[in-house]
Design a protein around this ligand. Structure first.
Ligand SMILES: Nc1ncnc2c1ncn2[C@@H]1O[C@H](COP(=O)(O)OP(=O)(O)OP(=O)(O)O)[C@@H](O)[C@H]1O
Length: 330
């Protein structure tokens, strides 16, 4: 089956006459960075970390960055062009006959940030859940690092979840243990770090995500934004190759949204993380997205850069963008 980074309109005669896919961009094309990206703090994350833990945290971060560079290089080429880290290829998903996704294709290059956009109920979260193996597609292929994960059993999916981790809206932290223990959890699981190194990495990660000194607090005592920050710290503790964020700015104030956006951007730049962000927040998408996929009517109605989406005269895209202006005036 074709990779979506190839011209699927040419390959699949079924698609030739479909007017709903208004634009597709080859993954091989260079991805322009938005002029409208907003101010992003470019400072190395390690500068946010106390001097006493900086050496251990720095080593931990370097290891993660090197691993992600190696993972990017290991993705198999497709027809002599760089392959995607994640791809959806002609994916279908319905629930009891209710069609949610119908022939959806898009891809994410290694180190790229893709935002999934669309109105409520179009299948944004379902897409993430299929990627994590919590739901299975009815047909089509989902690839991670070149491997199709669709036939994977739970043990195989656990391996994928070591590479691809998800930051849930509610943080999905273990409520009965402290913030520090939550972040330490993946570090203890890997089994190669001494206890004092674990404590240092936990302290450093919490400082990097803006919740310094919260080790002993229970998750229930944190605000929504802080829970999300801790969830990002816990995700980083597992040294993932890709992070999926499910609506990271929902129910947080604009300052917290800005901080989370900066953090996601800096993680991408400094750890070469591949990211998928499901969001309703167009400003956030403009700031972060290398490319966006806009889901509508079960289809990947648009797949391209934010600038291309804004320039498009497609009425459905225009209506979506206009509604956003209405809800979030500049
Ligand atoms: N496990 C499930 N069983 C049955 N239906 C489901 C299941 N998960 C999702 N759905 C349905 O699939 C559709 C898409 O849901 P999804 O959560 O992906 O929407 P979404 O685009 O993320 O919306 P929102 O922006 O409101 O979160 C919805 O109609 C939802 O009710």
């Amino acid at each position: 089956m074709a990779d979506p980074q190839e011209d699927t309109k040419q390959q699949d005669p079924m698609k030739r006459d479909k007017p709903d896919v208004v634009e597709k961009t080859d993954a091989e094309e260079s991805v322009p960075v938005s002029d409208d990206a907003g101010a992003v703090d470019q400072a190395p994350l390690i500068e946010d970390v106390s001097a006493d833990v900086a050496p251990v945290v720095s080593e931990f971060m370097d290891q993660a960055a090197q691993q992600n560079e190696a993972a990017a290089e290991a993705v198999p080429d497709v027809k002599n062009k760089p392959g995607s880290y994640i791809s959806f290829e002609h994916v279908y998903k319905s629930f009891d006959g209710f069609v949610v996704l119908e022939d959806v294709s898009f891809c994410v290059l290694p180190g790229e940030t893709l935002c999934i956009l669309g109105r409520s109920g179009v299948g944004k979260s379902v897409s993430l859940q299929m990627l994590m193996g919590f739901l299975k597609p009815d047909s089509g292929i989902i690839r991670v690092a070149g491997e199709s994960i669709c036939g994977y059993n739970e043990t195989q999916m656990q391996e994928i979840r070591r590479k691809v981790t998800m930051v849930f809206q509610n943080g999905a932290l273990f409520d009965s243990i402290s913030v520090g223990e939550n972040v330490a959890f993946p570090l203890r699981e890997r089994g190669d770090l001494a206890e004092d190194q674990i404590l240092q990495v936990v302290k450093g990660l919490l400082e990097m995500v803006g919740v310094a000194g919260m080790e002993d607090v229970l998750p229930s005592d944190l605000s929504t934004g802080m829970k999300r920050s801790v969830a990002i710290a816990r995700a980083l503790a597992s040294q993932p190759e890709a992070v999926l964020y499910d609506e990271p700015t929902t129910m947080v104030d604009p300052l917290m949204a800005h901080l989370l956006g900066n953090l996601i951007e800096r993680l991408k730049q400094q750890l070469h993380l591949t990211s998928i962000v499901v969001t309703h927040d167009m400003r956030f998408a403009k700031k972060l997205a290398d490319r966006v996929v806009f889901l509508h009517g079960g289809k990947a109605h648009f797949f391209g850069t934010m600038e291309e989406m804004e320039r498009s005269d497609d009425p459905i895209l225009q209506e979506f963008l206009a509604l956003d202006e209405l809800v979030m005036p500049a």
